[in-house]
Design a protein around this ligand. Structure first.
Ligand code: SF4
Length: 978
């Protein structure tokens, strides 16, 4: 990077001339000779850091997986002898498919993407860093993202209104009322940081917008010294697990916690252990009637079995070339579900076709194609061309229509087995993934009397904290917008009347999630199926909450042009939002009488959605069975109304003249889908749509007034507050007290504790520490909004840590029937008093007692969520000891200065007989090194001690530094201010 050097001052007369100081020479690039020229089809010339040239020194480069070569380009280009050394280049160039993985790669990404829930706390941290810089007399502008950062506002809209043409408008108005303080803060960020952009609400979902608009193929930078333009491939990290969707267009990138993203945007490399790369070879072609969703559920099931956690997966082979770009993106999207860091597809002709169809410019496309060809990175490798750690093969022709569920995305069920599977799970115990119900109750039904008043989700505009700006409360007909919107609800809610509910009934049917809404073929298939269903006389019962929430406005445009939207609307699938909605748990509430009937009768009711996750309580707290499937199957199950109907053999419903209509009667053929696909890929339409991000961001957004200035002044708010992570900050870190002494266990958890268990995104219970805090600050229950929307406020988030209504702290003894209490409670030791985890944590902190969490397998699985680590730290928890960790959560714990430790062999807290009333210490070696042994000392209530060896899951040398500095945030701030 060129260094700015001030001109030496002229020597004054009569004073001994001072020899001008020579500017320090920037060391020559260790691989300067690999910088080469290349030309685009139109003859435009550029420079690149050439991998073929590097291969002259390291012939192994030619055998590397494509994904590794793209990372290698970044390492080569950024080789400055400091953060990235020539040894790093050599190590990666010599990557071996089956070597021990001990080296870390410093990966400097080209850009960062954020969704709004995770973006706001990150912006709050940046703002707090600026406060700290200003307080230390430094220039606050020293804190500035060094790479482009785009935040897409997509997580905040909920399905309050559905099944009507006004649904979208009303839902957006409610969204703006609920989130105005957050949106004001984002607008401050837009004007304070030069490289921070926002795609306002109502445009779409981050990963689909990224795919269709933000990703431009290759980046270019002007070399100030040579005046040449240097091109480099797109790469990124995003603060959402499903960032991997971008792998479908050949971009290397994945989800990281907000903590790592902050470091990435502030010029720090993202460090990760050199990965294994599993090659996934596709052969054959998909059969008639099989969708990309069926394929991704099959891939997820296979790769879960193959245990690809922490590995790259790279797709190759002849079958790969037959897959359309959106199909690849769907498969990339679900990388977190199969556990891989990435699900990568190399760039090829299909990628270029997609860039053309989505309105990228000719110059961009030419540069993109020429660059990848010049780097020998164009086209999926054929079998044997590349060395992979191991190879998995799938014949596309063997994929069958499927659903996944009812509790985990990897539990694929063939369509014809869904009824049978639900029936057997109904009475199996939870340990076998079942619902633990008496089999005799499966077919019982319960009459539900309609409540008189139509309902809308009882969450409303946030109450303003003292001093909070409330200048955007829109008035409609002399009434606040919210009131007007709620009253309009009366005419928008479908008439339901009395009905009955039973096990297996579908209550939510949602075409949701970027996973599928980015894929025109499955969206068109849903439209075609709806058309045939309507023409056959089929209907959807009005009590089912149906919604269509595309990940971009383009979907509505092509469904309209293809003449299919009216049919979806006839079945209740009106556009209700452009955002994540049901996928993130923003499905809105069910009618109160349904909630009552479900809880009173312990019913196992269902949701069907085209999303990627179905963990407990993710979709709706009262829906225990959640099935992931393709958009056309969502429509089909909405019509069927129950998962206890075998849609392969039984009629979906009665059509015209009482005729039985089967799924086969209305399932669209691939020719029919193909015929309407011409409406989907229209470059001009894509361009016109995304031009509006700047030119017509929307009236509601334009009305939001942001605070101005370089430093945020934190107006009073229950949504946004200055985070405490830099309190007491000094330029030198305090001497490290490694390990933990005299700790108490605050939680004993089982397997698969998700980040949502640790830091829920959904609703805030009134009787919870966060609920109590909000009420004490004048916020009424109706205004609580969700944890996700309050991630800019640590006082809410720390109280919400471990507050998921479904989390089971196994420290609480089982009830007589073997069931376990749910909710964030613990036994305070040694008194054994039961209380909220937050309350116990505060009591322990008041006496200086450190705390530890014990977990099982896959601790921290699920969406990347920085608050799962931040909240853990703020509760005073010093270590988490588990059987295994999810990748991002483990690194986030280190990033917040919390020790992750892993049991060895078959050890677990259960096998060691840990009960929760012991005192614990953790001893580390005098010199901390990655993945060294540590010792857990357990002292029982009888005073007897025993020792257990654990594995320290600080995985890389840079993580040792983060731990020493008390976390990555103080580490980065010290670097920036030094
Ligand atoms: S739709 Fe789902 S997967 Fe996509 S960004 Fe939203 S929450 Fe994540």
């Amino acid at each position: 990077m060129p260094t700015h050097v001030a001109k030496p001052a002229k020597p004054a007369k009569l004073v001994k001339p001072v020899k001008p100081v020579k500017p320090a020479k920037t060391p020559a690039h260790a691989f300067a000779k690999t910088r080469k020229a290349f030309k685009t089809a139109s003859g435009k010339q550029g420079q690149l850091w050439s991998l073929p040239a590097l291969a002259k020194t390291f012939p192994n480069v030619n055998r590397l997986p494509v994904s590794i070569r793209i990372v290698l380009e970044s390492v080569l280009r950024n080789c400055d002898g400091k953060k990235v050394t020539k040894e790093h280049v050599a190590e990666l160039a010599n990557w071996q498919p089956n070597a021990a993985r001990t080296n870390e790669i410093p990966f400097v990404v080209a850009r960062v993407v954020l969704q709004d829930f995770t973006g706001v706390p990150l912006l709050a941290d940046l703002a707090a860093m600026r406060n700290m810089a200003a307080a230390m007399g430094k220039n606050p502008k020293a804190i500035e993202p060094l790479v482009p950062v785009d935040l897409v506002v997509d997580h905040s809209i909920m399905i309050d209104h559905f099944g009507d043409k006004r649904s979208l408008d009303l839902n957006m108005k409610l969204e703006f009322q609920r989130n105005q303080e957050r949106y004001q803060f984002m607008k401050w960020g837009m004007q304070a940081f030069d490289t921070f952009g926002v795609v306002p609400p109502g445009f779409g979902i981050v990963h689909q917008v990224n795919l269709e608009y933000l990703a431009r193929g290759v980046h270019k930078a002007r070399d100030k010294a040579t005046k040449e333009t240097v091109y480099y491939p797109d790469s990124l990290v995003g603060t959402d697990s499903h960032t991997t969707m971008i792998n479908g267009i050949g971009v290397v990138g994945w989800g990281v916690g907000g903590i790592e993203a902050e470091a990435g945007m502030l010029g720090q490399p993202v460090y990760f252990l050199t990965p294994d790369v599993v090659g996934f070879e596709f052969t054959g072609r998909l059969r008639e009637g099989v969708t990309a969703t069926d394929l991704v559920l099959t891939v997820t099931e296979i790769l879960r079995r193959e245990k690809v956690v922490g590995k790259f997966v790279e797709f190759f082979g002849e079958g790969t070339s037959s897959l359309a770009l959106p199909d690849r993106a769907t498969i990339g999207n679900m990388a977190p579900e199969y556990g891989a860091t990435m699900g990568f597809f190399p760039v090829d002709d299909k990628t270029i076709e997609y860039f053309n169809g989505t309105g990228r410019t000719k110059a961009e496309i030419e540069a993109f194609e020429a660059y990848f060809k010049a780097q020998h990175l164009f086209g999926a490798p054929r079998a044997g061309e590349v060395d992979y750690t191991r190879v998995v093969t799938l014949d596309l022709g063997s994929v069958t229509p499927s659903l996944a569920g009812p509790k985990r995305p990897q539990d694929r069920i063939e369509l014809g087995n869904v009824k049978q599977q639900f029936t057997s799970l109904f009475s199996l115990p939870p340990t076998e993934n079942g619902f633990n119900q008496p089999a005799a109750l499966l077919h019982t039904r319960h009459v539900v009397r309609a409540h008189e008043a139509p309902q809308t989700t009882p969450r409303a505009a946030p109450a303003a904290a003292p001093g909070a700006a409330r200048d955007v409360v829109e008035m409609v007909g002399g009434r606040p917008l919210l009131e007007a919107a709620q009253s309009e609800a009366a005419s928008v809610q479908p008439e339901v009347g009395d009905t009955s509910l039973g096990n297996g009934d579908v209550l939510i049917a949602a075409i949701t999630s970027c996973t599928n809404t980015s894929n025109p073929s499955v969206m068109m298939a849903a439209g075609l199926l709806a058309k045939k269903a309507v023409e056959a006389g089929l209907k959807v019962a009005p009590h089912i909450k149906t919604s269509l929430a595309p990940g971009s406005r383009i979907v509505t445009e092509y469904l309209t042009k293809a003449g299919l939207l009216p049919y979806l609307e006839k079945l209740g699938f009106n556009v209700a939002a452009y955002g994540c909605t049901t996928c993130i748990g923003n499905a809105g509430d069910l009618r109160p009488e349904f909630n009552e009937a479900i809880t009173k009768n312990d019913l196992v009711c269902a949701a069907v959605l085209s999303g990627n996750r179905n963990f407990e309580a993710r979709i709706h707290p009262n829906l225990k069975a959640n099935f992931l499937c393709s958009p056309p199957l969502v429509v089909a199950y909405a019509i069927a109304g129950t998962v206890l109907k075998d849609v392969m053999t039984e009629p979906l419903g009665k059509g015209k003249r009482g005729r039985d209509v089967y799924l086969g009667d209305i399932w669209p053929s691939s020719d029919e889908v193909h015929a309407v696909m011409k409406f989907a890929m229209n470059g001009k339409a894509f361009r016109a749509n995304y031009d509006k991000v700047a030119s017509e961001p929307g009236k509601l957004w334009e009305k939001i007034k942001g605070v101005t200035g370089q430093v945020y002044d934190w107006p009073g708010s229950t949504y946004i507050a200055r985070p405490p992570f830099f309190d007491g900050f000094t330029m030198e870190p305090a001497p490290l007290v490694a390990g933990v002494t005299g700790a108490r266990a605050i939680g004993l958890f089982g397997d698969s504790i998700t980040t949502d268990h640790i830091s829920p995104a959904g609703s805030i219970k009134e009787d919870s520490p966060a609920g109590h805090w909000l009420k004490s600050h004048g916020v009424q229950k109706a205004d609580f909004n969700s944890y996700g929307s309050r991630r800019g406020h640590h006082d809410v988030m720390v109280r919400g840590t471990f507050a998921n209504v479904r989390i089971k702290n196994l420290m609480i003894p089982a009830a007589a029937d073997g069931s376990r209490e749910e909710g964030g409670v613990t036994l305070f030791q040694p008194s054994q008093e039961k209380m909220f985890i937050f309350e116990a944590a505060m009591k322990y902190m008041a006496t200086g007692t450190p705390t530890i969490v014990f977990g099982g397998e896959e601790y921290g699985t699920g969406s990347s969520r920085d608050w799962a680590a931040k909240g853990t730290q703020l509760l005073g928890i010093k270590a988490v000891v588990a059987r295994s960790f999810e990748r991002i959560h483990r690194s986030n714990l280190v990033g917040m200065g919390v020790l992750p430790l892993q049991f060895k062999g078959s050890d677990s807290w259960q096998s060691l007989g840990i009960r929760g009333d012991e005192v614990f210490s953790i001893r580390l070696a005098a010199t901390i090194a990655p993945q060294q042994d540590a010792t857990l000392v357990i002292t029982g209530a009888d005073g007897r001690s025993r020792e257990v060896v654990l594995l320290l899951r600080i995985d890389t040398p840079i993580e040792v530094d983060y731990y020493r500095h008390g976390g990555i945030l103080p580490f980065v701030l010290r670097q920036l201010l030094a």
